[in-house]
Design a protein around this ligand. Structure first.
Ligand SMILES: [Zn+2]
Length: 138
């Protein structure tokens, strides 16, 4: 909370006004992205460029103060995706319809599950965005 305006501008520019987890864009959803502390403030995470990213309301709320979650395939607890240190495309992809996000790694699968990256609301929106040619983002 309470990230200075100049810092927010830097994060918005770097993250191109998209959620760092589900890649939903402000322009598609019409809602301003939240600022996520990648390492939660409750765990000592600071408000620095390396520890902040844009996140949609849904991803931000579902992530909460968690740092790890269950990989449903290997049944192990693994760290969540770190949008600054890791590359989205190495951990996630789109299915053939381009509507559902697939976790490609332990970290990706755990993040898909905890953050509910394919919840019904976003899936219904993505279906419209795909038919309009607005999705997926580059
Ligand atoms: Zn999101």
């Amino acid at each position: 909370m309470g990230v200075p305006a100049e810092l927010r501008l830097l994060i918005e520019k770097r993250d191109r006004k998209k959620c760092s987890y589900c890649l939903t864009s402000e322009d598609n959803c019409g809602l301003r992205m939240h600022i996520d502390h990648i390492l939660p403030e409750s765990a000592g995470g600071k408000s620095t460029v390396d520890n902040l990213c844009l996140a949609c309301f849904s991803c931000n709320v579902n992530k909460g103060a968690n740092q790890t979650y269950l990989d449903p395939l290997t049944k192990t607890i693994v760290p969540l995706f770190h949008p600054v240190r890791q590359k989205w495309k190495e951990h996630f992809g789109w299915d053939e319809s381009k509507i559902n996000i697939i976790g490609l790694t332990s970290c990706g699968r755990a993040t898909v599950l905890l953050l509910k990256l394919n919840n019904t609301t976003i899936v219904n929106a993505r279906r419209r965005w795909v038919s309009a040619g607005w999705h997926p983002p580059d």
